[in-house]
Design a protein around this ligand. Structure first.
Ligand SMILES: Cc1ncc(COP(=O)(O)O)c(C=O)c1O
Length: 492
C-alpha cells in the first residue's frame, strides 16, 4: 500500500474547522480567542487560540469517525518504520512511563541503563517496578556516561533471568549512541522487549549519516520527543511500537492511565507537521543541518581554550558505539571556566542560551532550524566568551566522584523509599542513610540520587560542591541541600 505523506490529517482538520466556521459550546472556554484577555492575545497571537480546539468532538466528531488522529499516527508510524505510533501531549516523560508499564508491573524486574532520565525513575516510583541497574560505559577522563553495551545487558539478564525486558537511553543528550541492534538481539534471544528512550533522536530516521534509530535497529518500543530535535511544539512526544512482544492494545491501555483527557490539538498538529516535513524533505533538510554543524564544530575547535567533543572522544572500545554531531558539546577545561559560568555569561552578555551545562562543558544544540546567521551569532559569542574568560572568577571546584564512587547501592525499591516514612537529616549526617527522594543535576536530568539508594560521602560532596558552583537541582525537597530527605531510621 502506498502512503501519501503529503497529507497532514490534523492540520487539515484544523483548516476545515475554521473553513466550516464551527461554533463550539465545549471547552476550551476561550472560544477561538474571543474570550481570551486581549493582553494575552497580544503576546501569544490569535493563531494559538484558533488552533486550540477540542480533539474529540472538535477536531474530529464525537465518535472520531474521521479517524483524524489515527490517520496522523499511522502516517508517523510509516515514516519511521514502526507498526504503531501513539502521540502524546505530555512529553516523553509520559511516553517513557507508558512504555515501562507495558513491559513490567509492580515487583517485576526491568533492566535499565543507570544513565536514565528522571522520568524513568518517576515511572519506577509510580509503578513499583524493580530496577536492575545496568552500568553505562564511563569515560573516567571526561567524567561522562555513554550508553551501556550489549554485553552489560547480557550479564544483567544472566543474573536476573526473570527480568521482563530492558530499557536503554540512546542517544544521550550529549549525542552518544548505543549499539541498539546488539542490545535488541540480547533481549530477543529471551523474548524480552527492548524499550529505547530515544527522546533526543527525533531526527535520526531521516538521514543515513545519523546513528541508526530504534525502530530500524529492532527495538520493540521507542520513545521520542519531537520537540527536542524536531519541529514539534514543547511537550510533543511519540512512542512507537514494532513486533509482537508487546500488544498494541496493552500499550494503549497503559498510556491511557497517564494521559490527559484534554490533549492539545496544537501539539498534535506540531507532530503531524513534523512527520510530513521529514517524510517529504527530511534527507535534504537534515543533510543541510549536518553540513552546517560540521562547519560549526571546526570553527569552535579553532577557538583558544575550547575543545569540541567529537567522534574520536566519544566512540571506541569501552566507549559509545555511535555519535550524533548535532549536539555540539564544548569542553571548557582549557578556558578555566565551568559550563555554568559560561552559560550565564553567554545569556547575560550575548543573549545566547546554551543547552547542556556541567562542571566543565556547555552544549549548543544545532538543528535543522539553524542557519549560518544563527550559528554565526553563536560562534562570535563563543569567541567573546573566550576573550572574557580570563577576567571571570576561577571555576569553583566541583568534587566529581570517580565512576565507581558515583554508584550507590539500591537497597530498597524506589517506590517503597519514596512513599515510606521519611525524615530530613542534615547533609553532613546523610551518608549511610537511604534516600527518600531524587536529586538530579539538570540538564541533563540523570538523577545522581534515587529513592532507595544508600547515600555515600562522595556523591553528597559532589552535589554540595556542584550546587555551590552553579549546578541546577530542580527536585530535592530542600533546594539548598542543607538537609536531605531520607527513609526514617527504623524503616531504612
Ligand atoms: C533521555 C530523556 N528521556 C526523557 C525525557 C523527557 O522528555 P520530555 O521533556 O519530552 O518530557 C528527557 C528530557 O530531557 C530526556 O533527556
Amino acid at each position: 500500500m502506498t502512503v501519501d505523506h503529503s497529507c497532514a490529517p490534523v492540520l487539515e482538520a484544523l483548516v476545515a474547522y475554521r473553513r466550516e466556521g464551527r461554533l463550539s459550546f465545549t471547552p476550551p472556554g476561550h472560544k477561538q480567542a474571543r474570550g481570551a484577555d486581549p493582553a494575552v492575545r497580544e503576546v501569544l497571537g490569535d493563531a494559538v487560540f484558533l488552533g486550540d480546539v477540542l480533539a474529540t468532538g472538535g477536531l474530529d466528531d464525537r465518535l472520531t469517525r474521521d479517524r483524524v488522529l489515527q490517520r496522523a499516527q499511522e502516517l508517523m508510524a510509516d515514516a519511521v518504520h514502526a507498526d504503531h505510533t501513539f502521540f502524546s501531549t505530555c512529553g516523553s516523560s509520559l511516553s517513557v512511563k507508558a512504555a515501562m508499564l507495558a513491559v513490567a508491573g509492580p515487583h517485576e524486574k526491568l533492566l535499565i541503563g543507570r544513565d536514565a532520565h528522571k522520568s524513568v525513575v518517576a515511572g519506577l516510583i509510580l509503578s513499583g517496578i524493580e530496577p536492575v541497574w545496568v552500568e553505562p560505559r564511563w569515560d573516567a577522563e571526561r567524567h561522562l556516561a555513554h550508553p551501556p553495551s550489549a554485553e552489560e545487558f547480557e550479564r544483567a539478564f544472566t543474573e536476573h533471568p526473570d527480568a521482563k525486558g530492558a530499557l536503554i537511553t540512546s542517544p544521550t543528550p550529549y549525542g552518544a549512541s548505543a549499539d541498539l541492534r546488539a542490545v535488541a538481539e540480547v533481549c530477543h534471544r529471551r523474548s524480552a522487549p527492548l524499550i529505547v528512550d530515544e527522546a533526543w533522536g527525533a531526527h535520526l530516521p531521516f538521514h543515513p549519516d545519523l546513528p541508526s534509530w530504534a525502530m530500524d535497529a529492532g527495538a520493540d518500543i521507542c520513545v521520542t520527543s519531537i520537540h527536542k530535535m524536531g519541529s514539534g511544539l514543547e511537550q510533543g512526544s511519540v512512542f512507537h511500537l514494532r513486533g509482537d512482544l508487546v500488544p498494541p492494545e496493552l500499550l494503549g491501555m497503559r498510556a491511557d492511565l497517564l494521559g490527559t483527557t484534554s490533549p492539545s490539538a496544537l501539539i498534535f498538529a506540531g507532530l503531524d507537521g513534523w512527520r510530513r516535513q521529514m517524510a517529504l524533505r527530511g534527507r535534504e533538510i537534515m543533510g543541510g543541518a549536518l553540513d552546517l554543524v560540521a562547519e560549526v564544530r571546526s570553527a569552535v575547535e579553532e577557538i583558544d581554550g575550547m575543545h569540541v567533543n567529537d567522534r574520536d572522544d566519544f566512540c571506541g572500545p569501552g566507549l559509545a558505539h555511535g555519535f550524533d554531531p548535532l549536539p555540539v558539546v564544548i569542553d571548557l577545561d582549557g578556558l578555566g571556566v565551568s559550563g555554568y559560568q559560561a552559560a550565564d555569561w553567554l545569556r547575560e552578555h550575548r543573549g545566547i542560551v546554551a543547552h547542556l551545562t556541567d562542571h566543565r562543558r556547555i552544549g549548543a544544540q544545532v538543528t535543522h532550524g539553524d542557519d549560518r546567521e544563527t550559528t554565526g551569532e553563536l560562534l562570535s559569542a563563543l569567541k567573546d566568551l573566550a576573550r572574557a574568560a580570563p577576567d571571570l572568577d576561577a571555576a569553583p571546584r566541583v568534587e566529581v566522584p570517580s565512576p565507581s564512587e558515583l554508584r550507590m547501592p539500591q537497597v530498597m525499591l524506589p517506590r517503597d523509599a519514596f512513599f515510606g516514612r521519611a525524615e530530613a537529616v542534615p547533609l553532613d549526617r546523610a551518608a549511610g542513610r537511604v534516600s527518600a527522594e531524587m536529586i538530579t543535576p539538570y540538564p541533563p536530568g540523570i538523577p545522581a540520587v534515587l529513592p532507595g539508594e544508600r547515600l555515600t560521602e562522595p556523591v553528597l560532596r559532589y552535589l554540595r560542591s556542584g550546587l555551590e558552583a552553579g549546578m541546577f537541582l530542580p527536585d530535592p525537597s530542600d533546594p539548598s541541600l542543607d538537609t536531605v530527605r531520607v527513609v526514617a531510621e527504623d524503616d531504612g
